[in-house]
Design a binder for this molecule. Sequence first.
Ligand SMILES: [Zn+2]
Length: 588
Amino acid sequence: MAIPDNIVDQVQARSDIVEVVSRYIPLQKAGRNFKAPCPFHNEKTPSFVVSPDKQIYHCFGCGAGGNVFSFLMKYENLSFPEVVEMLADKAGIKLPRFGPRKELTSLATQLYKVNELAIQFFQSCLPASREARDYLVSRGIGDETAKLFGVGYSPDSWDGVLKFLASKGIKGEIAEKAGLAIASERGGYYDRFRKRLIFPIFDIKGRALGFGGRVLDSSLPKYMNSPETYIYSKGRNLYGLNHTKENIKKAGYALIVEGYLDFIVPYQAGVRNIVATLGTAMTIDQVKLLKRFANTVIMVYDPDEAGETASLRNMDLFISEGVNVYIAELPKGFDPDGYIRKFGTEDFVKLTKASKNLFDYKISKLSARFDIKSAHGKASIAGEMLPTISRIENAVLRSNLVKKLAEKLSVDEDSIRQELKKVKPDYTMRVYSVSPVEIKKDSKSAQKMVLALLLEDESFVKKIRESLSPDEFKDSSVREIVKAVLDLTREERSIDAAKLMNYFENNDAATALISESVHLSGTLDNKERVLCDCIAKIKNDNVNDVLARLQEAIKMAHDSKDDTLVTKLVTEYTQLLKSKPVKKADPF
Ligand SMILES: [Zn+2]
């Protein structure tokens, strides 16, 4: 049941984040902000920062971030309405529509049941959808496998599942609590999942927690999961673990992949010690859950994402928990599902066995990003490696890695040891040194930087609106946030990061990105210039992408001897090439 925006605003205005957070963890004053060891990952020195000015928090260790609502949702494992209700209660604001609390006691059982019924419904709709069946066939997923994982289809209807549930005596209100329906602004409810292939998500005991839905055409969002509900919290479960836990135990290690199909296709092919995260970053809860079955993990990654600073840092979570991490990188453009279909199971298993340990992997990624010969590059690499090393409990292992790092960087071991002593295992004081040279290297950071500046100053909003459309941001999280900011500011509302986060109430990645951006903008010098460079970089990257695609198309047209098409594409190619901004376009 959606709570009206004005009430949410009121509750937020009356709930000071510093006061709320200090009820749970002791905060220490640090300049204008407050600090504490992060409650969301394991650390000894504080990298969790709460800003009273911005009313947000951000952890520089695990990347968690959000406002007062998201803090409580995460910490207390509550839903957004429950958190609003709780804070409203404290502030003495009445929310009359909420029923008595005791209703929640049997809610979990009720929701499991509703989800089971919904699975039946979605499964019964699958045979009638040609598109869905064709898709499964194209992915090589057999009927038995689909059945085993409860794969179904949500028809193109606003009340398909609602009607079915109603016929079983289940009200819209409960369907909404299960995340299956959305309350309409005009009253009533409508189906959340429409025209999607449905993958139910189970917990380790096999109880149905929620659903993931994938579109079968090109509409967006491509993937949609259940929102956080009373029983479902996405960072607490691992997809498929209910089927594979025994095999993981037997094998002594687990393969970690990202999506449903990355899990299902290998499973069907006989790879049974596997789980999927269904999200971007691992959480400490997931690591702890997995650790019950194996002490070694192999992350099977798409190379684009594996090299990201956030992904690399995220893996420190395993080390903090004493889990060995290896990384298996797939060839560019492949996910586990596609790889197995093309090369077969044996090659897939070989590839995972050839994985690199986190230390070697991280250092090779960092060496590609920074200039390992320059002093600045060495410092940057050490700055990322030392927090990882410092998390290793075993002194012998730690000392060994210090030696290895010193060799790699060609610096003497003592200086590394000295730096290690100073290190906060959580990147707190990491320098966000953003020189234009580095910006040019990485398209994603250019997008993030623009977002940071967009949130920083209203005068930048105008410039960004004039020079970039949201679609030019290729990172989908950045794009969604940019869209929201541009929409909000069109109505001449001022941008307030803490309020903006409410638009992403069930999207941890988005709130974390917002809090990261807010802190990032605080570290930038010469902002006008940075903005200018980043916009140029984004535009240039996009043009290069189109050029690459055209090149591909030209090659294909050439191969199929379609001369008319070749001529047409070549003309398009050269025109685009000519229009390409030369080096540094000034977009203003
Ligand atoms: Zn943290």
